[in-house]
Design a protein around this ligand. Structure first.
Ligand SMILES: [Zn+2]
Length: 68
């Protein structure tokens, strides 16, 4: 048992990184199966890709939803 040797080391200048959601990326690419697959669902309002949900497609820009 050492006495008084448990000084806390505080690293200065390092704040915990904020989590930035990468939703834009995974809405464009389907990463299932280890390979990047481009989704080819296009929003009728002119946005490029829509998010693939279990039972529907959703545009991340305008919120357009299309049932499968
Ligand atoms: Zn859209």
């Amino acid at each position: 048992m050492g006495k008084g040797s448990s000084k806390k080391v505080v690293k200065k200048g390092k704040k915990p990184k904020k989590k930035v959601p990468g939703y834009k990326i995974f809405k464009i690419y389907d990463v299932s199966g280890g390979a990047l697959k481009r989704k080819n669902r296009v929003c009728p309002k002119g946005h490029f890709f829509m998010a693939n949900h279990k039972d529907r497609w959703t545009c991340g820009k305008c919120g357009y939803t299309e049932m499968k």
